[in-house]
Ligand binder design. Structure first.
Ligand code: SAM
Length: 251
């Protein structure tokens, strides 16, 4: 049996694994929506990073995303931000083979686990990227090109002094809207009451985003339960879902 490479050996081969943000010199203190947690990787995760990175992972240095080249077809593309351990990501990709999925996650433990599962599943309609989704979407994704964004249980950052770290804020939603095709959607879910309200306010005030529901959305039947959602349900938290569609015409 081959020896499992160490993480340092893998990094020599794929240095991009550890390149998760681009930070201009004058912006070292920019507020981030994540903190990096370290967790020891198991042998499956290390092997996946070693052998599957080139096949399924996107990198910042590859430049603008040409979806047709990445997937070898013109199917619609849906982007997920912060897939965590990715159980629902994989199920959704399995259930919708004619949709291509790109998932962003900075948490290496989850990222490498999902990479291992993608390799085992044989799925061809999913790619993942270990990078700050805010930066990657701004820099690498063409305007008017994405069919949907999934943001399931983004970090709630409950303390008021950390609210600036929350992902769903007007500039980020405006960025996502600029990347959406007409008719494309933003689908978000949370179990954190005041964040749910913030999401509803931000999305409702984004010009050109239409809410087909009266307030929060009805539960969307095809979304599998996520790992983070399960923890909230165990504590009897209520789940709120939001579904908004882009109606803006671009010039
Ligand atoms: C609370 S977890 C939820 C994970 C998963 N969606 C679920 O429901 O189980 C939020 C995840 O978003 C990731 N995340 C936060 N900000 C991010 C960013 N800017 N780019 C990529 N991932 C991010 C975090 O690393 C974290 O794993």
């Amino acid at each position: 049996m081959n020896k499992v490479p160490s993480f340092d050996e893998i990094l020599k081969k794929h240095p991009e694994i550890d390149h998760i943000e681009v930070r201009p010199q004058d912006n070292r203190r920019a507020v981030k929506s994540f903190v990096l947690r370290g967790q020891k990787l198991g042998s499956h995760q290390l092997e996946a990073l070693d052998c599957l990175f080139d096949k399924y992972c996107l990198t910042y240095s590859a430049g603008r995303m040409d979806f047709a080249r990445i997937f070898g077809n013109d199917n619609p593309v849906v982007i997920e931000i912060g897939f965590g351990m990715g159980e629902s990501t994989l199920q959704i990709a399995q259930q919708h083979p004619r949709i291509n999925y790109i998932g962003f996650e900075v948490f290496l433990f989850g990222f490498s686990k999902v990479l291992y599962k993608i390799g085992n599943s044989g799925l061809e309609n999913i790619r993942i990227m270990r990078f700050d989704a805010k930066q990657a979407i701004a820099d690498l994704v063409d305007d008017d090109s994405v069919s949907g964004f999934h943001i399931f249980f983004p970090d709630p950052w409950p303390k008021k002094k950390h609210h600036g770290r929350r992902l769903i804020q007007p500039p980020f939603i405006e960025l996502l809207q600029s990347k959406l095709k007409k008719g494309g959607y933003i689908y978000a879910a949370t179990d954190w009451e005041d964040y749910a309200q913030q999401m509803l306010d931000v999305l409702s005030h984004c010009e050109g985003m239409h809410n087909p529901y009266d307030g929060f959305a009805d539960p969307i039947g095809w979304r599998p339960e996520t790992g983070f959602e399960r923890k909230g349900l165990d504590k009897n938290y209520s789940i709120r879902e939001l579904w908004f569609e882009n109606q803006a015409n671009r010039r």
